[in-house]
Write a protein that binds this ligand. Structure first.
Ligand code: NAI
Ligand code: MG
Length: 357
């Protein structure tokens, strides 16, 4: 029988992205051989290196080139010498927005052997998702600067919440909660200080909650919510936030779970009208790039999220389980997790274990 085929656009990007993506692919291909699907990979060299030569992070028709792929598998983007807002707005943001990847989804799960800064927490106590609105909110391009260079100089930037944008991210969070044993959604707000948009956010949250009587809910202001992430990570199951609050929580959550090197992330277009994009939480890590010592697990776990999105749930679960078992049984680990294995050692060990799963 012909194997199921998935067309994947691969963008390694900068720095350690060039080291982690090959390991991600190695494990994905091992899973494909084991679980009966085939990946058709197309690699794109879009990066700060290309920007240095062409003045563009990606070609003008970049989104066109990507649009027929089933998913995008990305490493990390950003490198010293190119301002971060140039690399971000030249590549990642156009993909997230152009493909309406409005749900940014990050599991925060304490893996066996990962050292959480929160002493004595067990894997059963840190296992939640952050769902971030990924297209509007505080990160709008509405605003400007007037009277530059004068005493009257001012800047303003508007925060935009639409009903469509707010409702669909909340629906995504409730649907995700329905697939989990605890069935709980926590909303991040700040309706005490931000008096128009955040009360609206709260209103839409309450409205959506009515449609999910089986899901319990909780609401916290973003400041105390950050404190609770650290002090009571066991309170959370699915946490939904606006673009800015979700951004903050989705770095804090993985930090609570131990190493940024293992944290995965998905930028999802739930309707599958456009390809979704899967990438580790970490950046290009210029401080360790080129030494092949970075942790590839964040990339590999992002690959598992990609497989789940593509309907390969069995293979996705096998990869996550394999990571857990390898870490629990003292398999090779990189420096950030207290070991001395290289990037490729970890990738190969996981690929072999997935092949035998
Ligand atoms: P970073 O995530 O690249 O590095 C932060 C720290 O974590 C560094 O000490 C690094 O060595 C360590 N680290 C990161 N990934 C690791 C891994 N896989 N294994 C072991 N250690 C790891 O964040 P930073 O330094 O703030 O940003 C560097 C560049 O990456 C910037 O240009 C930034 O804009 C970009 N960036 C890109 C992101 C993306 O592509 N989505 C996300 C975050 C940053
Ligand atoms: Mg961030």
């Amino acid at each position: 029988a012909a194997a199921r085929k998935h067309r994947i656009a691969v963008i390694p990007g900068d720095g350690i992205g060039k080291e982690t993506t090959p390991e991600g692919i190695r494990v994905l291909e091992a899973a494909g051989r084991r679980f009966g699907f085939e990946l058709q990979l197309t690699e794109y060299d879009w990066s700060c290196d290309v920007y240095a030569k062409t003045g563009k992070m990606m070609p003008d028709d970049g989104l066109d080139q990507l649009k027929d792929s089933d998913s995008i598998f990305l490493g990390a983007v950003g490198w010293p010498g190119v301002p971060d807002h140039v690399s971000l707005w030249g590549l990642l943001i156009p993909i997230r927005r152009g493909f309406d990847q409005y749900a940014n989804v990050r599991p925060c799960k304490l893996m066996p052997g990962a050292r959480t800064p929160l002493a004595n927490r067990t894997p059963a106590e840190i296992d939640f998702y952050v769902v971030r609105e990924n297209t509007e909110g505080e990160y709008s391009s509405v605003g400007g600067r007037m009277f530059p260079g004068t005493d009257r100089e001012f800047v303003s930037q508007q925060s935009i919440l639409t009903r469509t944008g707010t409702d669909r991210i909340m629906k995504y969070a409730f649907e995700l909660a329905m697939t989990r044993p605890r069935k709980k959604v926590t909303s991040a707000t700040k309706s005490n200080g931000i008096t128009f948009t955040m009360p609206y956010w709260d209103e839409r949250f309450e409205e959506m909650a009515k449609q999910y009587p089986g899901v319990t809910t909780d609401v916290f202001h973003i400041d105390i919510l950050c404190a609770h992430f650290v002090q009571h990570p066991d309170w959370f199951d699915v946490v939904v936030g606006s673009n800015l609050f979700g951004d903050i929580l989705s770095d804090l959550g993985p930090a609570v779970a131990g190493s940024i090197g293992i944290a995965p992330s998905a930028n999802i277009n739930p309707e599958k009208i456009f390809p979704s994009m899967f990438e580790p939480v970490h950046g290009s890590a210029p401080d360790i790039a080129g030494k092949w010592v970075c942790n590839p697990i964040g990339q590999i776990w992002s690959g598992a999220m990609m497989l789940e999105h593509l309907g390969e749930k069995e293979a996705a679960d096998a990869i996550v389980k394999t990571i857990e078992v390898m870490l629990a049984e003292g398999g090779p680990r990189t420096r950030d997790m207290g070991g001395n294995a290289g990037t490729v050692d970890v990738g190969k060990a996981l690929a072999e274990a997935v092949a035998k799963f």
